[in-house]
Design a binder for this molecule. Structure first.
Ligand code: SAH
Length: 686
């Protein structure tokens, strides 16, 4: 079946109707899924296997039959482990149909057809009884339903239901227990993902400070978890204010309650400072004794954690609603509130606020100031990046005159305010939709009557919107919230083209141009998420590999995907190369822009793929780079812009070279920017 879906093209801005195959969504889901990453997670797999063996043995020692319920079986892996460990029968429940189908094939291929029954249902739909999906209740409950926040994928309601209806009282559970840990820290870097710091501007008539509206001050932000690879956060970027403490734990072998609740712990700060952030992670004990433990603890808590890389489970950063000064040794209370799916934190000073636990209101955070809806966390970080702001200030100073009529096209941008302070005194326009927030923002800076917000798409801009002025300076960062891949911000070029009739003949466009850059890299770990597994703990899971490959080839083949590479170490195997340029001083051409060439491989290593990013040339000699900041040593380790996602194109076969002699000398590429569709197609060959 085909359906039509309307969307605004992220690059060209044009409304388009896409014919979607009904299979499109699930192919996307499989192609970009975390199944490969989980199957590559050796530490996880080994410990599950140990835990499952131990649980089966305990049941057998009691002289009982081992009946396993595996909720969310995926490939069937944990059920196959149980069957191999001697379980008498396994019910493998999987809600996602393509995965359930794959599990049937994998189970059969591995010879467990008689021992494992795959049930394609959500666990809450599963029936028990002579005519039910399950003949009887299970006495071993195996699951892997956890996300970085532990409960975000609905583990609690699933367990609650399973204990009520699907498993016996006193059942064994693998994992047996999960424990959530927290640590209080101060970190300017992480705090800059949540609050807008004052922006200092040296203007001709003195220093100006751009401030945020007061509503932003104690706004709790958005409830979505901030999950990151905390192991990539250098210790110099945060100050530890408390020891690691246990916040709460869940025993999965007993009835679980999913209803909202809160937990409170007392902390004694080990250092004075500003409490801003709660870092959190969890571990799971696969057995009751806690001997088989799988932990997400970061490197400063567990030194070997860097070697246990995984992307499906990371660590959480929670922002306190306000920063709180704390004193070394002076106790404070930290409260974790949770509903069925998410967790959030509050800090209270011990003295004077000794409210009892019941009085703590369990109310999910909602952004009141609107800024957290407009700016996501990397965007906050970008806006707070003083160096970046400095580049815009320098270039605006160069191009603005007192009689400049300036139009800014970018989402949620501070450029109009900078432009106002830096000379464009007369009048300024800002194409923008988040009008409500910006009215407050301009008011907080006494700029209500200085900057005019125009709520129109660029192609619908009229002379009366501009009060019959012509634009002499057109500016953009460019940044658009609809951009996923780096080149989607070329929307600025399309918008510039659409407003051409409103520009003066000698208009200045800032940035004047952009360039696309490319480099071949070897990833330390990220390659795992797109690499076939073959076998996992002795089980043949190639069916899964084939399925992922098939989905990758489904329409969206030859596509790059966005990743924030500061979280994923890699080394450069080639020099960075500029591959395409886009001249914003001219309109978007009718023809496609394409290039072919080759890059020399300079280092030995595995060529996992190419990384691509954009650089914006604001004015002569002033650029903003959204990708590679530097190659930090002779080994080729890369440093990436921490506020942007870069595009990663994974090669379908990995080019490996052990020595410089057997180095393939170069990788050839062909890259094409289709100006009609705004898409970039690429092809790489050895
Ligand atoms: N057990 C596999 C896969 C884990 S991924 C492994 O360890 O490798 C979790 C899987 O659980 C996903 O495939 C998801 O679709 C499924 N799932 C999550 N909640 C479920 C529920 N309540 N009932 C059935 N399937 C569920």
């Amino acid at each position: 079946m085909k359906t039509f879906c309307g969307r605004a093209n992220p690059t060209t801005g044009a409304m388009e109707w896409l014919e979607e195959d009904e299979n499109y969504d699930y192919h996307q889901e499989i192609a970009r899924s975390r199944y490969a990453d989980m199957l590559h997670d050796k530490d996880r797999n080994v410990k599950y296997y140990q835990g499952i063996r131990a649980a089966v043995n305990r049941v057998k020692e009691r002289g009982e039959k081992a009946i396993v319920l595996d909720i969310g079986t995926g490939t069937g892996l944990l059920s196959m482990m149980a069957a191999s460990a001697g379980a008498d029968f396994c019910y493998a429940v999987e809600v996602f149909k393509p995965m359930a189908n794959a599990a049937v094939k994998i189970v059969e291929k591995n010879g467990f057809r008689d021992k494992i029954k795959v049930i394609n249902k959500h666990s809450t739909e599963v029936t028990v009884g002579p005519d039910g999906d399950m003949q009887c209740r299970a006495n071993i409950l195996v699951t892997e339903l956890f996300d970085t926040e532990l409960i975000g994928e609905g583990a609690l309601p699933t367990y609650e239901h399973a204990h009520k209806y699907l498993v016996q009282e006193g059942c064994e559970a693998v994992p047996h227990r999960a424990t959530v840990y927290v640590q209080l820290v101060e970190s300017k870097r992480m705090w800059s993902w949540n609050k807008l710091f004052p922006v200092h501007v040296e203007a001709e008539d003195g220093e100006k400070i751009i401030v945020s509206p007061s509503e932003m001050e104690d706004c709790p932000g958005v409830p979505s978890v901030c999950d990151i690879q905390l192991n990539q956060m250098p210790s110099s970027d945060f100050t530890i204010l408390s020891d690691v403490v246990t916040m709460f734990s869940v025993d999965f072998s007993k009835p679980v309650r999913s209803a909202s609740t809160s937990y409170r712990v007392q902390l004694e700060p080990v250092k004075s400072g500003k409490a801003q952030i709660v870092l959190s992670w969890w571990d799971i004990d696969m057995d009751p004794s806690g001997m088989i433990n799988c932990t997400m603890a970061p490197y400063w808590v567990k030194s070997t954690s860097a070697f246990q890389w995984r992307d499906h489970w990371m660590q959480c950063v929670y922002f306190l609603p306000n920063e709180e000064p704390v004193l070394q040794g002076e106790k404070v209370y930290l409260t974790a509130c949770r509903d069925e799916y998410s967790v959030w934190y509050k800090l209270q000073k011990a003295r004077g606020e000794e409210e009892n636990k019941a009085a703590v209101r369990v109310e999910s955070p909602v952004c009141r100031c609107q800024a957290h809806l407009l700016w996501n966390r990397p965007r906050f970080g970008q806006l707070n990046d003083q160096n970046r702001t400095c580049q815009y200030i320098k270039s605006l100073t160069k191009v603005l005159k007192t009689d400049s009529v300036c139009l800014c096209i970018s989402d949620g941008s501070l450029l109009p305010v900078l432009a106002h302070y830096l000379g464009a005194k007369q009048v300024q326009y800002f194409l923008q939709y988040a009008t409500f927030f910006f009215l407050k923002f301009f008011k907080a800076n006494n700029l209500e009557d200085k900057i005019k917000i125009i709520e129109a798409r660029p192609e619908l801009l009229t002379s009366s919107n501009l009060e019959d002025n012509k634009i002499s300076v057109l500016v953009g960062e460019p940044f658009f919230t609809t951009s996923l891949l780096p080149w989607h911000n070329l929307y600025f070029w399309y918008a510039r083209t659409a407003v051409t009739s409103h520009l003066t003949s000698n208009v200045t466009v800032l940035p004047q141009s952009a360039s696309l850059h490319m480099m071949i890299v070897e990833f330390q770990d990220l390659w795992r998420i797109r690499s076939p597994c073959g076998t996992c703990e002795g089980f043949d899971v190639q069916t899964m590999d084939d399925m992922i490959k098939n989905s990758l080839n489904f329409r969206e083949s030859k596509e790059a995907e966005p990743h924030p590479l500061w979280e994923y170490p890699c080394k450069s195997l080639s020099d960075p190369q500029e591959v395409l340029t886009f001249d914003f001083r001219k309109t978007v051409p009718e023809y496609s822009l394409s290039t072919e060439g080759s890059v020399n491989l300079l280092r030995k290593g595995k060529s996992h793929g190419a990384v691509l990013w954009m650089e914006y040339h604001l004015a002569a000699d002033i650029s903003v780079n959204t990708g590679l900041m530097q190659i930090s040593n002779e080994k080729g380790n890369c440093e990436w812009n921490p506020h942007c996602k870069q595009a990663v194109y994974f090669f379908s076969s990995v080019i490996e070279s052990e020595t410089l002699l057997d180095l393939p000398s170069a990788v050839t590429y062909a890259i094409n920017f289709n100006t009609k569709t705004g898409e970039i197609a690429m092809d790489f060959k050895l």
